[in-house]
Design a protein around this ligand. Structure first.
Ligand SMILES: NCC(=O)N[C@@H](Cc1c[nH]cn1)C(=O)O
Ligand SMILES: [Zn+2]
Ligand SMILES: [Zn+2]
Length: 516
């Protein structure tokens, strides 16, 4: 474990980091489970049902994608609530005891509003069975047709060219995988197959914005709702390529920052005032250009020195991954990789930190030639964190560097650096019975052994689950590396959605059969 804790979102404009105290990982309580033999009869009935009911399952995904549950934007607040209600309805129909729970309030557009509720549910309470906890999120990233989508992002669209791609925001991140679990439950119900495990589930509506409130909820429910959980499975990441399934045992963390520069108290005419004042955008662009080089090198002194050295074992694990440069070129739609070395590329994505510039709030960005001097701007960037590069030590370096560089500009504007949210990196032990169950399920469903990967993206709450509940977490992705999560034209292939549903069913049956 490389954890110290997780940032609690800073809503103030100070640079103070609120951090959870260090907690040692609890050792799971070992229970003598009745050995439940694996039944391929059960899963073949389930697989048949899944194959025969594909259009019904796709229709479920279409309903979910049709709800634009964009978190962190006041305009979509009702849709996020509607999505939680949709899940409750679906789960209840499947025999799950499901409810929404509040997780607190937050500031949105200057207003205090409820955070999206968590959806929790459980089915089965047999002391002779293992208890599996699954997590997913029902919120999505923003999407507008004019960003470059081929189809309306909130209408699930089957590729008219017949590729089987299901386009829509949330199709792969994370509505498809979440519904995969519901599909697997329905397949059990409809085929009269007993669930091989007790299942607990938690779906949140704030993952794309820092999972506010969820850590407190987990802490407060650890001996109530989460009592008795043996292991956990999360499906919220992707294969590396388009053909090799994988199991994931690590995630990069993330620190998200804003550099806020303010000057005059109103926007100004650049003809009238240009040449007479310190312009906030000029300061900001200067600062943002000093964060990362075009070769991807993080320019903040001290950051590189913190990265844990690569071990021989790690190097070998990266060399064993099936990956060609073509995979990433296809996934990004171009040949703009920093290197053509596969291992360096994989390490760049998964085990090294990266700094990305995301955007500037307050800057003029519409069509036309507005000659404005914006009075205040916020530059947004994030750093993906890796072992030894934590929320706090990274933020100390960032704040010092940006403030020092700002001083060098000799500007009379005001500058503030704010960490808006952060999550620590996470790595787990893939030599666990849950990974064994997922490995076998992958071989059965996909006909090949999975690669073992670390994910470049972040699911910051993973570390909280691991620390608070003291359970192993297996990341079991459904979608492919070219799904375009967070991008335009996000999609999930029909085969991944359907096989993913079978994978979850198979995994649960294998889990029941594995010796703990
Ligand atoms: N599928 C996981 C995912 O997309 N996670 C986000 C989490 C995040 C953090 N801040 C904003 N989003 C990611 O970007 O990795
Ligand atoms: Zn996600
Ligand atoms: Zn996401």
């Amino acid at each position: 474990m490389f954890t110290l804790g997780r940032l609690i979102r800073s809503t103030s404009t100070s640079n103070i980091i609120a951090k959870r105290p260090l907690r040692l990982q609890r050792v799971s309580f070992v229970r003598p489970f009745t050995h439940i033999p694996y039944s391929s009869m059960a899963t073949s009935k389930i697989n048949k049902w899944v194959d025969e009911n594909q259009s019904h399952l796709i229709d479920r995904l279409a309903k979910a994608v049709g709800i634009p549950s964009v978190s962190g934007n006041i305009a979509y607040i009702k849709d996020v609530e509607r999505m939680a209600e949709f899940l409750i309805e679906q789960l209840t129909e499947l025999g799950v005891k499901a409810e929404t729970r509040p997780v607190g309030k937050h500031q949105l557009d200057g207003k205090e509003v409820d955070l999206p509720p968590v959806v929790i549910g459980h089915i089965g309470n047999d002391p002779n069975k293992k208890t599996l906890l699954i997590y997913g999120h029902y919120d999505v990233q923003p999407a507008l047709k004019e960003d470059g989508w081929k189809f309306d992002p909130f209408t699930l669209t089957v590729d008219p060219e017949g590729s089987g791609k299901l386009y829509g925001r949330g199709s792969t991140d994370d509505k498809g995988p979440v519904l995969g679990w519901l599909n697997a439950l329905e397949a059990h119900k409809e085929t009269g197959t007993e669930l091989p495990v007790n299942l607990k589930m938690i779906f949140e509506g704030m993952e794309e914005n820092g999972s506010d409130g969820l850590d407190k909820f987990i802490e407060s429910e650890k001996d109530k709702f989460f009592a008795g959980v043996d292991c956990m499975c999360i499906s919220d990441n992707y294969w590396l390529d388009t053909k090799t399934p994988c199991l994931t045992y690590g995630l990069r963390g993330i620190n998200y920052y804003e550099i806020r520069i303010s000057g005059p108290d109103r926007d100004l005419h650049s003809g009238a005032f240009g040449g007479a004042i310190h312009e906030p955008m000029t300061d900001l662009i200067s600062l943002m250009s000093k964060l990362v080089s075009p070769q991807g090198e993080i320019l903040i002194p001290g950051v590189k020195d913190l990265i844990a050295p690569v071990t021989k074992d790690e190097q070998e694990k990266f060399e064993a991954i099936h990956f060609e440069m073509k995979d990433i070129h296809d996934a990004i739609g171009g040949d703009v990789t920093l290197t053509n070395d596969t291992v360096k590329t994989l390490m760049g994505r998964m085990r090294n930190p990266s700094l990305s510039l995301h955007g500037i709030e307050g800057a003029f960005s519409a069509v036309g030639s507005k000659t404005v001097i914006p009075c205040s701007v916020k530059g947004k960037f994030s750093i993906r964190l890796v072992p030894n590069l934590g929320i706090k030590n990274t933020t100390d370096l960032v704040i010092k560097y940006v403030n020092d560089e700002f001083m060098k500009l000799g500007s009379k504007n005001k500058c503030q650096v704010v960490l808006t949210h952060g999550g620590e990196p996470w790595i787990t032990d893939p030599n666990h019975y849950s990974f064994r169950a997922a490995h076998k399920a992958t071989e059965t469903v996909w006909g090949q052994a999975p690669d073992y990967t670390r994910e470049g993206g972040s699911i910051p709450i993973t570390l909280e689950f691991a620390n608070i509940l003291g359970v192993n977490i297996c990341l079991l992705p459904v979608g492919r590396g070219d799904d375009g999560a967070h991008s335009t034209n996000e999609k999930l292939d029909t085969s991944n959605y359907i096989q993913g549903t079978k994978l979850f069913a198979e995994y649960m049956h294998n889990l029941a059969a594995e010796q703990a």
